[in-house]
Design a protein around this ligand. Structure first.
Ligand code: UP5
Ligand code: MG
Length: 190
């Protein structure tokens, strides 16, 4: 990969748990680069890439895009960036994502920032977001919740066994949640 070892933090949590919101605040205060796998995939759809239709249909179904596609986008974004500190948001979503990323990049995450939030709160947040995302309808939201429980929670459990999960209760206000996040980043101040 690069001569210098990038520092990577995986940011996980259910759909609407506040990953993107909290990442933006971490970027402002601690100088990390925020890479949302979902944003990269949506940009790939909009760029008219040959994979665009496949990605769009997968997201509409709330399913997980093939690992090679997502890892390639993440790797490219990291290489194009001068920073050495990355928040990778919404990835890895399943065991295969995790294995392929590790195999291709050789990177082990520093820790996993995990936002824990009840489903009814996440549903409420997504339904009031109104950003025109094609997967923000009740039918797809329910599918996203199921995929999260079936595929992503096992990844979090895997990292629990290595002591890398930093679990944050994400039910309270944006600022209250950020207060709980900050201690994890204090020592990264540049
Ligand atoms: N909000 C945030 N925090 C709040 C708080 N504390 N109190 C009250 N409101 C709060 O927040 C959601 C909404 O809630 C916002 O309106 C916000 O203001 C408010 P946000 O920060 O956007 O939450 P986030 O967790 O980022 O929710 P998002 O919907 O982005 O999560 P998903 O994990 O569902 O979406 P993502 O973009 O990561 O993935 C979308 C799809 O892409 C996946 O379903 C999948 O099909 C595909 N995908 C892959 O296949 N592979 C990947 O690796 C990644 C994605
Ligand atoms: Mg997001």
């Amino acid at each position: 990969f690069k001569s210098t070892n990038p520092r990577v933090i995986f940011v996980l949590g259910g759909p609407g748990s506040g990953k993107g919101t909290q990442c933006a605040k971490i970027v402002d205060s601690y100088g990390f680069v925020h890479l949302s796998a979902g944003d990269l995939l949506r940009a790939e759809i909009n760029s008219g890439s040959e994979n665009g239709t496949m990605i769009q249909n997968t997201i509409k179904e709330g399913k997980i895009v093939p690992s090679e596609v997502t890892v390639r986008l993440l790797q490219k974004a990291m290489e194009e960036c001068n920073s050495n500190n990355f928040l990778i948001d919404g990835f890895p979503r399943n065991e295969e994502n995790r294995a392929v990323f590790e195999h291709v990049t050789g990177i082990e995450p520093e820790f996993i920032l995990f936002f824990d939030c009840p489903e009814e709160e996440m549903e409420k947040r997504i339904l009031s977001r109104n950003q025109g995302r094609e997967d923000d309808n009740l039918e797809t939201i329910r599918k996203r919740f199921k995929v999260f429980l079936d595929s992503t929670v096992p990844v979090v459990n895997h990292y629990e066994t290595t002591g890398k999960v930093r679990k944050i209760n994400a039910t309270r206000s944006v600022d209250d949640v950020f207060d709980m996040v900050q201690p994890l980043f204090k020592h990264f101040v540049q």
